[in-house]
Design a binder for this molecule. Structure first.
Ligand code: SAH
Ligand code: SF4
Ligand code: F3S
Length: 443
């Protein structure tokens, strides 16, 4: 390298921490890829870094609170090391824009959810530009994800759709991610081919409402056709997609998932609530009966399909009766898994106008009740599998026991079984012997 070496210049070392959803993880992989190809080294300790990046989440106040506390800690660090550069990326950056620079005088750069590709250039330019916030929304940067720095393994996540055209009244995502936009299918295919060539075996397609994929392309593209196109790639073993909105799940999509053997029989389709009154106030655009109709349409084609949901408890004015209807919906559907959240008021969303009137302890109690019910359902579903043989895609070493491997069924259930050499990244048949609500154990 013929760059002049300036002895006093701090080394280009970056510490990046990601909060929030898989989309943010994917964006972080892109940021790290772009930084490392511009000569940066990734470090695991902020004290060793000349640049700290937080890729932030705004979905609930708790997520933002974690970032605020990290920033508090860094205030002292920056006093001692004035060369330290601090960048805030992601949804909180998009939501608060240059207000973040006013609130946090030690933050140098605020970079919005469509601008992260410019991170290396903007950090480089800070000496001349001074502190900066850049948060414009932009078209899809169509570079087939060549810059992403991914961890090695069996799994890779590929964004295909960004933004959201719904406007659920509680949700900050439409403001932090902007209007829906889809990536061209050729570009998705290029990336997936390259990833499979590198050894990844299971690809998860990402979008805030991934089942709306293609609408904005205006060329007849949709998720069903994209799945079909990717399914043909040799060496790819499993294909998944998250997260779906109940209104966008078409019969064509369900038929395609049912037909293609590599596509996971696993649909993450948040119901959010079981009471029509609350669903209407949430702006979800479906009724409980319509949600149940989706479940019926999915199960008619795929009796074995695993359905996953998100729920929000304690939405403004939620009564015990409303909550009971959510419980009953869960009982009726028996999901393979559910994320349950307590309602958190988000600034700038329509629901701000509604009084946050369900007491915190009632929210907690409802959240625990729903989680416990979900665990009961998982325990029963797992017990019913004892003695059966299932096929798993082997993903790697078990997180809790180095003697064991773990993998996933086509329905995305987690299976742990004894280690054998050379089977990571392959499909194997194992027999289920025992289980906990979260894990199946096989021989
Ligand atoms: N795009 C996805 C999910 C987006 S956010 C979808 O539409 O399904 C992930 C989950 O966070 C949501 O499904 C919802 O259950 C939860 N969530 C969103 N806003 C929330 C809020 N203000 N308070 C509590 N939970 C929230
Ligand atoms: Fe948020 Fe609703 Fe869009 Fe999901 S569909 S990201 S919950 S606005
Ligand atoms: Fe959070 Fe933004 Fe994802 S708000 S959940 S990081 S889209």
């Amino acid at each position: 390298m013929d760059e002049p070496v300036i002895p006093s210049a701090p080394p280009r070392t970056v510490f990046l921490e990601t909060f929030g959803c898989q989309m943010n993880v994917a964006d972080s992989e892109q940021m790290l890829g772009r930084l490392t190809s511009s000569g940066w080294t990734v470090v695991e300790d902020p004290a060793q870094a000349s640049l700290v990046v937080f890729n932030t989440c705004s979905v609930r106040d708790h997520a933002e609170g974690k970032v605020r506390s990290r920033l508090g800690v860094l205030r002292e660090e920056k006093r001692q090391r004035p060369h330290l550069r601090i960048a805030i990326a992601g949804c909180m950056a998009q939501r608060e824009k240059d207000d973040l620079l006013k609130k946090w005088p030690h933050v140098d750069l605020v970079i919005g959810t469509d601008q992260f590709g410019r991170l290396p250039e903007l950090v480089e330019g800070l000496e001349t530009s001074g502190r900066l916030a850049t948060t414009a929304f932009a078209d899809w940067e169509d570079d087939a994800g060549v810059h992403a720095l991914r961890p090695e393994g069996v799994n890779a996540w590929v964004p295909v759709m960004r933004g959201c055209n719904y406007n659920c009244t509680y949700c900050v995502v439409p403001y932090t991610r902007g209007r829906e936009k889809s990536r061209r299918p050729e570009s998705v295919e290029d990336e997936v081919r390259r990833l499979v060539g590198q050894g990844y075996r299971q690809i998860t397609l990402l979008g805030q409402t991934v089942d709306a994929y293609g609408k904005t392309l205006g060329d007849g593209s949709n998720l069903a056709r994209l799945l079909r196109r990717l399914h043909a790639i040799d060496g790819l073993l499993r294909l998944r997609f998250v997260t779906s909105h109940p209104k966008d799940i078409t019969d064509e999509l369900l038929d395609t998932v049912a037909e293609l053997p590599k596509v996971a029989k696993h649909l993450h389709v948040p119901a959010q609530a079981g009471s029509d009154r609350i669903l209407r106030m949430m702006g979800r655009r479906y009724t409980r009966a319509e949600y149940l109709h989706f479940v019926e349409r999915a199960r008619r084609r795929m009796p074995e399909v695993e359905l996953l949901s998100d729920f929000i408890v304690g939405f403004p004015s939620e009564t015990a009766e409303d909550f009971q209807q959510t419980v009953e919906l869960m009982q009726q559907v028996r999901f393979g898994g559910s994320y349950v959240f307590t309602y958190s008021v988000r600034p700038g969303t329509p629901a701000v106008r509604l009084p946050d009137d369900v007491p915190e302890e009632v929210k907690r109690e409802r959240c625990n009740r729903l989680l416990n019910l979900q665990l009961e359902h998982q325990a029963a579903a797992h017990t019913a599998l004892h003695g059966q043989e299932v096929e798993v895609l082997v993903e790697g070493e078990s997180k809790t026991d180095a003697e064991m491997l773990h993998g996933r069924t086509i329905g995305n259930r987690n299976v742990v079984f004894p280690r054998r050499d050379g089977i990571v990244g392959t499909l194997q048949r194992v027999r289920i012997e025992r289980s906990t609500p979260l894990t199946l154990f096989a021989s």
